[in-house]
Design a protein around this ligand. Structure first.
Ligand code: IPD
Ligand code: CA
Ligand code: CA
Ligand code: CA
Length: 265
C-alpha cells in the first residue's frame, strides 16, 4: 500500500470525528432495534456512524471497499485491493446500558494483509493504533512487546457470555475448568477493547467462540505489533470474510489454550 501514511492520518481524523458524532447523538432520544435476538442490539447511532465512514471513504477513496457490521458499505466477497473493515460501535450493549466502554474499530487490509488497525475508546478518548511493521501505540506512545513468558495459570483471561448460551458454548465443563486454572477472568463487552487491552498488557488473553471480521480486524493488527498471536481456536488463520472462533494472547498462553480446548474430558 503506497499511500499508507496518508491513509493512516485520514483514518485517525475520521475516527475522532466519528467519536464526536456519537457523543453529540447519544444524549438525544434514538431508536434501538434488535437483530438476531433480544440480546443483540443495534441503534440508529451505530448505523449513522457507519454511514459517516462510508460517505467519507467512498468520496475520498472510491476504489476502496468497505466491510461494515451494519451493511452500509457494499457486499465484500474478496480481500483484493484495499478493504476497510469497520465496526462503528463495538460494544453496543455497553453503549445502550452504560453509555461507556464501547469503541470504534477500523482495520485496513491491502490484498488480505492487515496494514492499519485503529481502536478508539470514545468516552475515555483513548486511541490505540497499530501499523504493520511500525509498532503499536496508545495515544501516540509506543506499547511494549507483551510478556512472552507469562503462562496460562498466571493470566487474566477475557471471556464472554456466549460460553453459557446453548449452541454457542464450547462445553460447560471446559469453562469451569478454565476459570479454575487461570489467575482471573474478565468480560468487558467489547471485543475490540479486549484486543487493545492485550496489546497494552493489562489482560493476557481473549478467547471466544464467535466473532465477526469487524470485531477482530483492527485488534489483530495491533496485537501482532506487540508480538501477540490471533488465530481460531484450532490454530488456523482468521478469515476476514466470515465468522471465527478466536484465541488471542502471547505464544505460550496461545498454545496452552489450544491444548486445553482440544483435550477430551
Ligand atoms: C459484540 C462485542 C461483544 C462480543 C460480541 C460482539 P457489537 O460486538 O464485541 O463483546 O462478545 O461477540 O458481537 O455487536 O457490540 O458490535
Ligand atoms: Ca452488533
Ligand atoms: Ca462488534
Ligand atoms: Ca457493532
Amino acid at each position: 500500500m503506497n499511500n499508507r501514511d496518508s491513509i493512516l492520518k485520514q483514518a485517525k481524523q475520521w475516527i475522532i470525528e466519528a467519536g464526536e458524532l456519537i457523543k453529540s447523538e447519544m444524549h438525544k432520544p434514538y431508536k434501538i432495534d434488535t437483530k438476531r435476538d433480544r440480546k443483540d442490539l443495534v441503534t440508529e447511532i451505530d448505523q449513522k456512524t457507519e454511514q459517516f465512514f462510508v460517505d467519507q471513504i467512498s468520496t475520498k477513496y472510491p476504489e476502496h471497499k468497505i466491510l461494515g457490521e451494519e451493511g452500509m458499505g457494499e457486499e465484500v466477497h474478496s480481500l483484493e485491493g484495499t478493504v476497510w473493515i469497520i465496526d462503528p460501535i463495538d460494544g453496543t450493549m455497553n453503549f445502550v446500558h452504560q453509555q461507556r466502554f464501547f469503541a470504534i474499530s477500523i482495520g485496513i487490509y491491502h490484498n488480505g494483509i492487515g496494514e492499519i488497525g485503529l481502536i478508539y475508546d470514545v468516552m475515555s478518548n483513548v486511541l490505540y493504533e497499530g501499523v504493520r511493521g511500525e509498532g503499536a501505540y496508545k495515544d501516540g506512545k509506543q506499547l511494549d512487546p507483551i510478556d512472552p513468558d507469562k503462562s496460562l495459570t498466571d493470566a487474566l483471561v477475557g471471556l464472554n457470555n456466549f460460553w453459557a448460551i446453548p449452541n454457542r458454548r464450547l462445553n460447560e465443563k471446559k469453562i469451569h475448568d478454565l476459570v479454575r486454572k487461570v489467575k482471573g477472568t474478565r468480560s468487558y463487552g467489547s471485543a475490540a477493547l479486549e484486543f487493545a487491552y492485550i496489546a497494552e498488557g493489562i489482560i493476557d488473553a481473549y478467547i471466544t467462540m464467535r466473532l465477526q471480521p469487524w470485531d477482530i480486524a483492527a485488534g489483530k493488527i495491533i496485537v501482532d505489533e506487540v508480538g501477540g498471536i490471533t488465530t481460531r481456536v484450532d490454530g488456523s488463520e482468521i478469515d476476514m470474510l466470515t465468522g471465527n472462533t478466536v484465541i488471542c494472547s502471547n505464544k505460550a498462553i496461545h498454545e496452552s489454550l489450544m491444548t486445553f480446548i482440544q483435550q477430551k474430558e
